[in-house]
Design a protein around this ligand. Structure first.
Ligand code: UDP
Length: 271
């Protein structure tokens, strides 16, 4: 264990002033380079199960961490989401697209909370000059995901490993674009090295229908398990594909890991 690493378990939805004891924060440091806010459920079944907590962590949590960043003189990094585009009417989605989002539907607790979080980050940036970075993360997967996470990657991989039918919601014609976690991390690190303060999409632009995705899972696991069709959740976005021209231009970044390779590397951790 590295003595420079301090893990403190705390809820950022509550005020964070207790973290700063007498000018000494986290084992003696009183200044920070970065505050990175990644706290939030991201899986639809999870944020629908915890609606209030999801709204609080992206609203009050974001405000607490913005204030904390000012207090310790750091830059602020906000993990936003492709969900701010809602059920997009344009494809692929560039950062300039304002989105098509329900303010009352089941997904609104996440979508609107992240939109509010972004608005607050840019409020602090404009009025207080805070140095900010914002990424919009598209569907991301990789080893060490919670097998009961509830999203399509873990659901179908676990089902395939257990020899159960693969659950496809709706007719499977809706699309998603799946990014392997190491590509996301590379994009994050590159953005931290720039001074670009506008939102940046980070995602893999290779788009699959969910039915195509189920077939890829069948291939990876090596068994032609039956596919069962289940009802499409309310407000499930029809399509999602990032326009990554900004990331290409500003970060010289693009995803490197293809879906089949990434799923292969994820498989072991779910067995
Ligand atoms: N989905 C599916 N089977 C599952 C879980 C999800 O067909 O067991 C579908 C879901 O309806 C959506 C897509 O897969 O159209 C991606 O869902 P996920 O929950 O992974 O993330 P989202 O992109 O909706 O946030």
């Amino acid at each position: 264990r590295d003595s420079r690493f301090h893990f403190i378990e705390a809820d950022v939805s509550d005020p964070v002033s207790g973290w700063n004891t007498g000018g000494k924060i986290f084992g003696g440091a009183s200044k920070f380079d970065w505050v990175l806010h990644f706290a939030s459920p991201a899986s639809p079944p999870k944020y629908i199960q915890y609606p209030i907590e999801t709204m609080r962590v992206n609203a009050e949590g974001t405000r607490h961490l913005l204030d904390f960043a000012r207090e310790v003189g750091s830059k602020f990094f906000f993990a936003s989401t492709s969900e701010i585009y809602g059920d997009p009417a344009v494809s692929p989605q560039p950062e300039t697209y304002w989105g098509n989002v329900s303010s009352t539907g089941p997904r609104s607790v996440y979508d609107e909370a992240k939109r509010y979080g972004e608005a607050m980050v840019y409020g602090y940036h404009r009025t207080l000059g805070l140095d900010v970075r914002v990424i919009r993360i598209f569907n991301t997967y990789g080893p060490a995901m919670d097998p009961s996470d509830g999203r399509v990657v873990t659901n179908l991989m676990v089902q395939a490993l257990q020899g159960r039918p693969l659950t496809v919601y709706g007719d499977g014609s809706q699309t998603r674009s799946f990014q392997y976690v190491s590509d996301l991390v590379e994009g994050i690190v590159r953005l931290m090295r720039t001074d670009y303060q506008q939102p940046v999409n980070l995602g893999n632009p290779t788009e699959f229908t969910i039915l195509e995705f189920a077939r890829v899972v069948q291939r990876i696991v090596g068994s032609a398990l039956p596919i069962v069709f289940e009802p499409l959740p309310q407000d499930d976005p029809r399509q999602r594909k990032p326009d990554i021209s900004v990331a290409r231009r500003i970060l010289g970044w693009e995803p490197r890991v293809a879906l089949e390779d990434g799923l292969g590397m994820t498989l072991g951790s779910l067995q």
